[in-house]
Design a binder for this molecule. Structure first.
Ligand code: SF4
Length: 677
C-alpha cells in the first residue's frame, strides 16, 4: 500500500495525515505524529476522510441540461456550450453580467487562478467565496484595528495561556484540534471563560459560562471594558506606546454600566465583573471566536469590540496573547489570501490602488484590469434575482444550502441565463445548473491549503482523478482559454511561484520549502522562517486602533408572531452542507438528520415531546424537523444546524447584511415553533 502525506479537507485546523492507497483507491487514513497540529490524533471527520473520495455518487463526466434534465456528455460539448454562452452574455451585457464564486474547499492555486480568470479573462471583479458568509467581518474588523485580518497567534500557543475567552465558537465540535488545545490548557491550570448562549461542550471545562442573548455581544464586551477602566485594570503603558484613539473608546464605554449591560444581555452583573477581572489581570490571555461573533448585521463591530478589549489590556502582539478567529473550512484563509474577493487582489492588495492594478495587469499581460469593486456573494444572488447578473460560474460551493434565505437564492439562480457548477458531487446547487463540470477531491490533486493559523501546507496527489474528472486548476485554465485568455502552468508549483512574486505576505512560499510543517505567513522572502504570531513590535497598520462601538440590536427581534430567537450552527459529525460527510457511513450514522433544539420549559408550554415533529417558521419560510428537548439552549432560543437539505435551516435565516462587510445575519432571526399533529 502506498501512503501519501497530505492536509485534511475538512476544518481549518489543518491536520496532516497519510492517505493509504491501494490500486488507485484511497482505503484508509492515519495521522502524522510529527505534524504540529495533528500530533498523532485526528477528529472523527479526519479519521473517516477517505470514504467519500471513491463514493459511487462522484461526478465522473460533465453534465449538460437537455429538455430540462442534466445528462452526461463529453468535455468537448460542455466546454463548447460554456464558450458560446459566456462569450455571448459578455458581448451583449458586458463583463459585469458575469460572476464567479470561488471555493474555500479548493487549493490556494485554484483560488488564485479563479480570481485571475474573473479579472484578467472575463474583465470583472465579481468574484467572491464563502468567507463572505463566515469571516468577512473578521477581515474587515481586524484589518481596521490591527492592519491584518487573521489569527494573531498559533494553535499550539493556546495550550500555555493563563486565561482563554471563547465566544461564538463551539470549538470542540467545529475545530476539534483547537478544542483539544483549550482542554489541555485547562488541564495545565488555565482559566476558561465561555461566552455563548448555548451550553456547548467546552462549558464543562469553564470556570465561568456567560449566556448572553444572541446579538448582544457589543454590550457585553463594552460592559467588561467599563469594569476594566473603572477598576484601573487597563494596561496604560501598552496603550500609550502601541495604540491610538483610547479617549474616543472611553467616551462610548462609559455608559455601559453593569445594570445597563445586564438589561441588554441578560448576563448577571457579577459574571460580567468576574470575566473582566479574570481577563484583564492575567498575563497570557487569548480570545478565541468564530461565527457566533461574525455572522451578525453588526459582525464587523463585534470584531472591533473584541479588538478593543484586547488592546485595552495589552493582550495582543505576544505569544499566547491575541485574538484568534477560527476559520471554518480547510482553505477559507487561503481563499481570502488569494484575493478571491471583490475588492482585493492576493495578499489583500487593494483593488482601489492604481499601482496595484498596474502591477497585476503587467504581470498578467493585459492592458488594464477593471477598477470597479465587484459583487459579494449575497449581492450576486440579489443581482441575479433582479435580472442584472446573467451568468454565474460556481466552483465547489453550494449556496442552495449554505446561503441565507434559500427561497430567494433559488429564485436568483433560476433567473440566471446561464449557470455553470464545477464540483465533485451533484449538490443541491449543481442540480439547477445548465452545465456541471466534474472537478476533483483534495486526494486527486497537488497544491496548498492555508489553515486558520496562516500555515500554508501541501496537498499531495494520492490517486488519479476519478472517472473523467479533472483537477479544478486545469478546468480553470480551459475556461480562461474559452474567454480568449491563455494561462500556462505545468503544475501547481508554478502557480505558487507566480503568487509569491506578486504577493508580499507569500513572497517566500515555494513548494520546495513546504515540507512537514509548512510556513506561516507573513513570509516575505526565501530566507524568512515564517511568522508564529503577529504584531510583535508594531501592528501591521502601525498603531493598534480603538474604535468606539455602540450596541445595535439584530435586524429582526422576536415578537408576538415569531416569539423565539433562531440561531444556527454546525455539529461535530457533519460538515458544512453535508456534501462529503453525508456520504461517509460512520459520520452519517452518528448524526443522520437535522433537529431543532428547544428548552424543556418552552417545549412544555408548546405541548411538545422529545423527538416529535415540529414546524419551524420565520418570515422567509418554514421547515419540518424533529424537536430535541434540551437545556443546551436557554428559554426562548432555539438552535438548528444547516447541514441537512430536508430541514434546511437556511430556508429560515435572515439575509440582512452587515453594511461594513456584507456578511448576512445567520445567527439571529425571529421564529415560531408549532407542533405537527
Ligand atoms: Fe480535519 Fe479539523 Fe478534524 Fe483535524 S480537527 S482532522 S483538520 S476536521
Amino acid at each position: 500500500m502506498k501512503k501519501v502525506l497530505t492536509t485534511c479537507t475538512y476544518c481549518g485546523c489543518g491536520c496532516n495525515f497519510y492517505l493509504q492507497v491501494r490500486e488507485n483507491e484511497v482505503v484508509g487514513v492515519y495521522p502524522s505524529k510529527e505534524h504540529p497540529i495533528s500530533q498523532g490524533i485526528l477528529c472523527v471527520k479526519g479519521w473517516n476522510v477517505h470514504e467519500f473520495i471513491n463514493h459511487p455518487a462522484r461526478l465522473k463526466t460533465p453534465l449538460i441540461r437537455k429538455n430540462g434534465e442534466l445528462v452526461p456528455d463529453t468535455w468537448e460539448a460542455a466546454l463548447k456550450l460554456i464558450e458560446v454562452r459566456l462569450n455571448s452574455i459578455r458581448k451583449e451585457s458586458g463583463p459585469d453580467a458575469l460572476a464567479f464564486l470561488s471555493s474555500a474547499k479548493c487549493t490556494n492555486e485554484e483560488n488564485y487562478l479563479m480570481m485571475k480568470l474573473a479579472r484578467a479573462a472575463a474583465g470583472t471583479n465579481n468574484v467572491d467565496h464563502c468567507a463572505r458568509l463566515c469571516h468577512a467581518s473578521t477581515v474587515a474588523g481586524l484589518a481596521l484595528a490591527f492592519g491584518s485580518g487573521a489569527m494573531t497567534n498559533s494553535i499550539n500557543e493556546i495550550e500555555d495561556c493563563d486565561v482563554i475567552l471563547v465566544t461564538g465558537s463551539n470549538t470542540t465540535e467545529q475545530h476539534p484540534a483547537t478544542g483539544n488545545r483549550i482542554i489541555r490548557a485547562v488541564d495545565k491550570g488555565a482559566r476558561l471563560i465561555v461566552a455563548d448562549p448555548r451550553e456547548i461542550p467546552l462549558v464543562k471545562y469553564a470556570c465561568l459560562h456567560i449566556r448572553q442573548r444572541p446579538g448582544t455581544d457589543i454590550a457585553l464586551f463594552n460592559g467588561m471594558m467599563k469594569v476594566i477602566i473603572d477598576e484601573k485594570l487597563l494596561d496604560e503603558e501598552y496603550i500609550e506606546l502601541r495604540t491610538e484613539n483610547i479617549e474616543e473608546l472611553k467616551k462610548i464605554v462609559d455608559k455601559y454600566s453593569l445594570e445597563y449591560v445586564e438589561k441588554i444581555t441578560g448576563v448577571p452583573a457579577a459574571d460580567i465583573k468576574k470575566a473582566a477581572r479574570l481577563y484583564a489581570s492575567s498575563k497570557k490571555a487569548s480570545i478565541i471566536y468564530s461565527m457566533g461573533i461574525t455572522q451578525h448585521t453588526c459582525g464587523t463591530d463585534n470584531v472591533l469590540t473584541l479588538a478593543n478589549l484586547a488592546l485595552l489590556t495589552g493582550h495582543v502582539g505576544f505569544p499566547h496573547s491575541g485574538i484568534n478567529p477560527l476559520r471554518g473550512q480547510n482553505n477559507v484563509q487561503g481563499a481570502c489570501d488569494m484575493g478571491a474577493l471583490p475588492t482585493v487582489f492576493s495578499g489583500y492588495q487593494a483593488l482601489s490602488s492604481e499601482d496595484v492594478r498596474k502591477k497585476f495587469a503587467k504581470a498578467w499581460g493585459v492592458d488594464k484590469l477593471p477598477d470597479k469593486a465587484g459583487l459579494t456573494v449575497v449581492e450576486m444572488i440579489n443581482a441575479a434575482a433582479e435580472g442584472k447578473l446573467k451568468a454565474l460560474y460556481i466552483m465547489g460551493e453550494n449556496p442552495m444550502l449554505s446561503d441565507p434565505n434559500t427561497e430567494h437564492v433559488e429564485v436568483g439562480l433560476k433567473k440566471l441565463d446561464f449557470l455553470v457548477v464545477q464540483d465533485i458531487f451533484l449538490t443541491e446547487t449543481a442540480r439547477l445548473a445548465d452545465v456541471v463540470l466534474p472537478g476533483t477531491s483534495f486526494a486527486e490533486k497537488d497544491g496548498t491549503f492555508t489553515n486558520t493559523e496562516r500555515r500554508i501546507q501541501r496537498v499531495r496527489k494520492s490517486i488519479d482523478p476519478v472517472g473523467e474528472s479533472i483537477p479544478d486548476w486545469q478546468i480553470i485554465l480551459k475556461i480562461a482559454k474559452l474567454l480568449g485568455y491563455d494561462m500556462h502552468y505545468d503544475n501547481p508549483s508554478k502557480i505558487m511561484e507566480e503568487i509569491a512574486s506578486l504577493t508580499p505576505i507569500y513572497g517566500g512560499v515555494h513548494f520546495d520549502r513546504l515540507k512537514l510543517f509548512g510556513l506561516q505567513w507573513p513570509c516575505p522572502n526565501r530566507e524568512h522562517p515564517g511568522t508564529q504570531f503577529l504584531h510583535r513590535e508594531a501592528f501591521s497598520r502601525g498603531k493598534g486602533k480603538f474604535s468606539p462601538i455602540e450596541h445595535t440590536p439584530p435586524a429582526e427581534e422576536p415578537d408576538q408572531e415569531f416569539p423565539f430567537i433562531l440561531t444556527t450552527g454546525r455539529m461535530y459529525f457533519q460538515f458544512h452542507t453535508g456534501t462529503m460527510t453525508r456520504k461517509t457511513s460512520q459520520l452519517h450514522r452518528e448524526h443522520p438528520e437535522g433537529y431543532v433544539e428547544i428548552n424543556p420549559a418552552d417545549a412544555k408550554a408548546l405541548g411538545l415531546r422529545g423527538n416529535c415533529q415540529v414546524k419551524v417558521s420565520t418570515r422567509r419560510g418554514a421547515v419540518i424537523t424533529r424537536a430535541q428537548v434540551s437545556t443546551i439552549v436557554p428559554e426562548k432560543i432555539v438552535f438548528m444546524s444547516f447541514h441537512f437539505a430536508e430541514a434546511a435551516a437556511n430556508r429560515l435565516t435572515n439575509d440582512a447584511l452587515d453594511p461594513k462587510s456584507k456578511i448576512p445575519e445567520f445567527k439571529v432571526c425571529a421564529a415560531r415553533i408549532e407542533a405537527v399533529r
